[in-house]
Design a binder for this molecule. Structure first.
Ligand SMILES: [Zn+2]
Length: 274
């Protein structure tokens, strides 16, 4: 397997992965979406709510706030030795909010949350929670826990995770009369004309829509768009809960664990037979 990092920033990662197949890529994608844990608010205790929003709406909004996650220091509640439904400081983080509109109407933002662990805080400080009119007040305690996307989407560490085949474009220069129709129709500006010749300028952007093939007036077509069988471009965007490369690494670990479990189960069966 060959992996090349095409793009990387705080939230996004684009990888070119060669010598793998669709089932592998899809397993990896599904694990990143549904199995890699991250922190999210799971329970809200409303102490005071003198706003126009019902308690449930505010609690729901809390679930939607992505929280920075520390996988080293916290356990999944179901795996925590405390075995308590309420949780302990190894499987639960308490965040508090005490917001009041004293002067006039104002918006309560995510930066007003106080976390007992300064490492587990909202990814962004600018997420609106509620609007308060003068005299309105919200006081609450929120409990964040680790969880998995397969149980609730608030525990999904990726806001987008998809792969596509690596495109392959062939131009038959003998048949091509460089009319430029394929350049004009391409929404991604993949093709370009240089020295009276067609060339592929931005292969990675190609979505294989085949518009350029249809636009080609030649018969048979002078351009062919296909894909490589065993190369994929993986694109993922983190919610900010975890760095994007960490999400990929965790997914690989989980897949490895699942295969290891399968292997050990098969061995048990064998020894029973013997
Ligand atoms: Zn615990």
């Amino acid at each position: 397997m060959e992996v090349e990092v095409l793009e990387r920033d705080e939230y996004n990662l684009r990888l070119l992965i060669r010598d793998v197949d669709v089932p592998f890529m899809n397993a990896l994608r599904r694990i990143m979406i549904s199995e890699v844990p991250c922190m999210a608010v799971d329970e809200v205790v409303m102490l005071e709510n003198y706003s126009i929003l019902p308690d449930e709406t505010i609690a729901h909004r809390f679930g939607l706030i992505p929280l920075k996650t520390d996988l080293e220091s916290y356990n999944l509640p179901e795996e925590c030795p405390c075995k308590s439904e309420f949780g302990c400081n190894l499987c639960r983080v308490t965040l508090t909010l005490d917001a009041e509109a004293k002067e006039g109407t104002r918006t309560v933002y995510s930066n007003e949350l106080t976390s007992e662990n300064p490492g587990i805080v909202p990814v962004s400080e600018k997420i609106p929670i509620a609007k308060l009119a003068k005299g309105h007040k919200i006081r609450l305690e929120a409990y964040a826990r680790l969880g998995k996307g397969k149980n609730h989407v608030k525990w999904q560490p990726v806001s987008m995770c998809a792969y596509k085949y690596f495109p392959r474009i062939e131009i038959q220069s003998k048949r091509c009369d460089v009319c430029g129709k394929c350049i004009d129709i391409c929404p991604k500006k993949v093709l370009a004309k240089t020295d009276n010749k067609m060339e592929v300028r931005n292969l990675m952007a190609c979505t294989m829509c085949q518009d350029c093939v249809e636009a080609c007036p030649e018969e048979p077509k002078a351009i062919k768009v296909g894909w490589e069988e065993n190369a994929f471009i993986l694109n993922l965007e983190s919610t900010g809960a975890l760095p994007p490369e960490r999400i990929v690494k965790e997914a690989v670990k989980i897949l490895e664990g699942q295969l290891g479990e399968l292997e050990s189960q098969i061995q048990v069966k064998k020894s029973e037979e013997a």
